[in-house]
Write a protein of this length. Structure first.
Length: 288
């Protein structure tokens, strides 16, 4: 999906078949996150939680990945003292009552990719609840400024400034290249789907191709705080993940943002799906 020119049917406003495919795999991933989260209990390890995600998705036909599932517990949700990429991989850290957790997975199903992040907590944790509530403003800011066609680097800086005003630290700074988002695309199905350092080889190949193509045209498939992201939003699908940290607690969401070349503001950018756990949570809080 090098370019998105028609995201919806002009006659009905329905998503195209292509976007419905991405929405279905994103919903599958979030269903997995909710199912696994419901089974978490004290003493379970990050590695066990990651394995539960893999097994749940494989039982439903997933055979390839943008990246294999991750799980982070406790202060690891805020990437405390993360210095090297290997620290992102699941560990023997055990879940305890009141401890926050993040489940992060990126399955490929029927050639469509999703990359999602689900934040939860084992029991009551008011700090974690506050972080989850405050993420809503970031979802709104990102969509608004993408529709304004602000350079990605500037939007990144505005997200970071909002975090500081809220009293938090930017934890997506700890990701490779400090990215808040990256492009995703269709992945060619094959009989064998190898992984490399936890990432699907076919997906990495596609991202590398995008990077080469973008370099020639002056854009990057990585949305970062650096100069290579100093360009307007590129049409396509972006997996966006603002990640807040407060001392030893972290929370984020990750979902697909659709960017098109439409001149209509509403059609130029939109979240692929509003029926997601974090969005439902915000709606329920407002209705209470």
């Amino acid at each position: 999906m090098a370019s998105v020119t028609s995201a919806t049917s002009a006659a009905t406003g329905e998503l195209t078949a292509e976007l419905r495919g991405f929405r279905e795999v994103q919903r599958l991933a979030y269903a997995c996150a909710e199912a696994v989260a419901a089974q978490l209990k004290p003493g379970i390890t990050e590695r066990a939680a990651a394995r539960m995600q893999r097994e749940w998705l494989r039982e439903r036909g997933v055979r390839d990945w943008f990246h294999l599932p991750f799980a982070w517990f406790g202060d690891r949700t805020a990437f405390v003292n993360f210095r090297v990429p290997l620290q992102f991989f699941p560990t023997h850290r055990e879940l305890e009552p009141g401890m926050p957790f993040i489940l992060d997975m990126a399955p490929v199903h029927n050639g469509f990719t999703a990359d999602i992040g689900y934040s939860g907590c084992l029991g009551l944790n008011p700090v974690h609840d506050r972080l989850l509530a405050d993420l809503e403003a970031h979802r709104e800011l990102i969509l608004r400024e993408v529709r304004e066609r602000r350079p990605l680097r500037e939007i990144y800086q505005d997200v970071e400034r909002l975090m500081v005003r809220q009293g938090y630290t930017n934890r997506h700074r700890a990701y490779p290249f400090g990215v808040i988002a990256h492009k995703i695309d269709r992945v060619r199905k094959g009989r064998w789907s190898p992984t490399l350092f936890g990432f699907g080889a076919q997906s990495l190949k596609g991202l590398a191709s995008d990077a080469l193509h973008g370099h020639r045209e002056g854009w990057s498939p990585l949305w970062s705080p650096y100069t290579f992201s100093d360009h307007p939003p590129q049409p396509g699908l972006w997996a966006v993940e603002p990640h807040l940290g407060f001392r030893g607690t972290g929370a984020k969401f990750e979902e697909i943002l659709v960017v098109t070349d439409s001149k209509d503001p509403q059609e130029s950018a939109f979240w692929l799906d509003d029926d997601l756990p974090h969005v439902r949570r915000w709606q329920e809080e407002k209705a209470a």
